[in-house]
Design a protein around this ligand. Structure first.
Ligand SMILES: Nc1ncnc2c1ncn2[C@@H]1O[C@H](COP(=O)(O)OP(=O)(O)OP(=O)(O)O)[C@@H](O)[C@H]1O
Ligand SMILES: [Zn+2]
Length: 623
């Protein structure tokens, strides 16, 4: 019996098309492993897999294409090898890379019939959404969080895109709660992970996404105090490796800082006063406790046990940092350590430090296991949810491939609803969406000659008839508007506008503005006697609908919502959210104005100025 007999029977005329289709799957993690198995067994002819990560022990419980012997190997490559065994007739291609790498440009996306997202972060999702819109390739977006799952087919011009609705924000906490008045274990965990660990082993001037700066006026004093304390900790960091190091750190954060806080009497009128810890007393009591207590991760440790794990992990981390520092040349950037919930040394340090702080403030201590979940922002990933979601992705893909867009659905997996699987019709594109509610075109640019002025004068004003009120923006901010004409004479390359990047033209005409114009840069050497910037074909740009819903600002979507393709999971989130360094970089084209460093163009000596970066949202947890 042929292996494709049942597929042929159930898919009918679609089957030959599936067999000839070249498709792309991004992410080979929880959903990706299940999805790849489905795609291979369905018989898609050529499948490309992109994943930037390597296999971790913690993936093995649910990412069934991976085994113990694959740990530390490329997810994309191992997934390809494992899945190839299910169906030898399929051509599989693995890319161990970030989907944002320039090699994955619009032309490359255009070579696929369908794209599947099996990602875990907002930034990559938004990027793929944009690329699929630019390439006009249907995208099946998916995500899971615990028992919840969601699948969203996205088709340019016909359905909402990933960015048509606003997304959840990551949790952050007022600085004063973290620094002075913690009242929950999470406050102490954030302090240990984002403040103490970073000050000791990381780069201390990092912007901490878990700190809410939205009330910075009120918090200004707290922030100044925190800065002074950081400076003092930095001085202590210089004695890393000495016998006195553990005592110095301990006395600073668990005694001196606490005593200073205690002396601020007003603060404790309505709250329980914290109690400083005594190094010598605890150290004596901990003399019989072995560092192996750190392996007991299911129980809440005693003060002595926390002290032992704190001292031992401080020593382990110090040795690691000093070893890598000694192996680094003088000219290179000093190495730092980064918190990773799967890195035992960093987790031990954060768990013990957080618990010692909890003890000081009379807050319940947590087990290392619990702290791992909280510090890693984890809602446990559930294999069954991933498997069900992956199967729903394929079901929706069939509808898209048949051209039955009106039958395609946004599908939800939920625990709370009467039915586990629920669906909703796909909404039309939001006309005010900054990503898809736009006119798209390529812009052909001669990189040796093209200036911003060529775009503004020749193309936008002369050819397309824009008035005076409009701006030209890229991912970082505004390059041109009526009040910012300094960049006009600069070349695209000096402004960082490269091949395959995007420019957005926003019409600010008060009467009848055009929809946003998204220009994908295509570099080409053009004959000297032709214009250095031009459009490949004439554009007829629609005007913004007058009665459209309020514009989506995307303010506050600076964090990962993980599986959340729509607002239905608001309030929940999984890991990677706070660690993702690029969260939300592309969220708002108009967030800041940019003047390029003059060195690049040899005019004046301006520095890079990014102003008005005020759109980052935050959920504030009350004390
Ligand atoms: N920009 C990107 N380019 C390519 N792959 C990406 C990108 N961002 C995330 N991924 C991949 O998407 C996958 C998402 O899978 P999943 O949500 O199961 O995460 P995981 O890292 O495998 O597991 P967990 O985070 O639960 O330990 C990961 O394998 C991750 O490496
Ligand atoms: Zn959209």
């Amino acid at each position: 019996m042929g292996r494709d007999r049942f597929a042929k029977q159930s898919l009918g005329y679609l089957y030959p098309r599936i067999k000839q289709s070249r498709i792309l799957m991004i992410g080979a993690g929880g959903i990706g492993c299940e999805l790849l198995k489905n795609l291979v067994l369905t018989g898609f002819g050529e499948i490309h897999i992109v994943d930037l990560d390597t296999i971790d022990l913690s993936n093995l419980n649910r990412q069934f294409l991976f085994r113990q012997e694959h740990i530390k190997k490329s997810k994309a490559l191992v997934a390809k090898e494992s899945a190839a065994k299910f169906n030898p007739h399929i051509k599989l291609e693995a890319h161990h890379a970030n989907i944002k790498d320039p090699q994955f440009n619009i032309q490359w996306f255009q070579s696929f019939a369908l794209v599947f997202n099996a990602l875990d972060n907002l930034d990559a999702r938004r990027h793929v959404n944009k690329m699929c819109l630019a390439a006009d390739v249907p995208l099946i977006e998916s995500g899971t969080t615990g028992f919840n799952g969601q699948v969203q087919p996205i088709i340019k011009g016909k359905t909402e895109c990933y960015d048509c609705s606003t997304k959840d924000v990551p949790k952050s906490f007022p600085v004063c709660t973290i620094r002075s008045t913690p009242s929950q274990p999470i406050h102490c965990i954030v302090w240990a992970k984002s403040y103490l660990f970073t000050e000791m082993f990381g780069t201390s001037d990092e912007e901490t996404p878990e700190f809410d700066h939205s009330e910075d006026n009120e918090n200004a004093k707290e922030i100044e105090n925190l800065r002074q304390e950081s400076q003092a900790l930095n001085n202590i960091r210089q004695s890393m490796g000495s016998d006195e190091f553990a005592r110095k750190v301990f006395d600073k954060v668990f005694k001196d800082d606490i005593n200073r806080l205690r002396s601020m009497e007003d603060m404790w009128k309505t709250r329980k006063q914290p109690n400083a810890l005594d190094f010598d007393g605890i150290s004596k009591g901990a003399s019989g406790t072995k560092p192996s207590i750190a392996q007991q991760d299911q129980k809440a440790w005693t003060v002595a046990e926390n002290f032992t794990v704190f001292s031992d992990s401080l020593r382990r981390l110090s040795t690691r940092l000093q070893t890598s520092q000694s192996q680094t040349g003088i000219d290179t950037v000093a190495p730092v350590l980064v918190f990773d919930k799967d890195d035992e040394d960093t987790l031990d340090f954060v768990a013990a430090s957080a618990n010692l702080r909890s003890i000081i403030f009379g807050i319940e201590s947590k087990s290392k296991f619990d702290i791992k979940q909280m510090a890693g922002n984890i809602i446990p990933a559930i294999a069954t949810t991933n498997a069900m979601t992956a199967s729903l992705c394929v079901m929706q893909a069939f509808k898209v491939m048949r051209g039955d867009i009106d039958k395609a659905r946004m599908v939800f997996l939920e625990r709370s609803a009467a039915r586990v699987i629920n669906s909703d019709t796909l909404k039309p594109p939001n006309p005010n969406c900054n990503v898809c509610g736009v006119m798209s075109s390529t812009l052909i640019v001669d990189p040796d000659r093209a200036t911003l002025n060529d775009l503004v004068e020749d193309v936008l004003k002369s050819q397309l008839g824009y008035g005076d009120e409009f701006s030209v923006n890229n991912e970082i901010g505004t390059l041109y508007d009526p009040d910012l004409d300094d960049n006009l004479s600069k070349k695209f390359i000096d402004l960082g506008v490269k091949a395959d990047s995007f420019l957005t033209v926003i019409d600010d005409d008060e009467e009848n503005p055009r929809v946003n114009l998204s220009l994908a840069i295509l570099e080409k050497t053009l004959p000297e006697d032709t214009k250095a910037v031009h459009l490949p074909k004439k554009l007829d740009i629609a005007r913004k609908p007058k009665d459209a819903p309020a514009p989506i600002t995307n303010g506050g979507t600076n964090g990962d919502t993980n599986g959340h393709v729509a607002a239905s999971f608001v309030g929940t989130k999984r890991k990677r959210s706070l660690e993702d360094p690029e969260n939300g970089q592309q969220q708002d084209n108009k967030r800041g104005k940019i003047q390029m460093p003059s060195k690049a163009v040899g005019v004046q000596d301006d520095d890079l100025v990014i102003a008005d970066d005020s759109n980052d949202g935050a959920i504030v947890i009350d004390d």
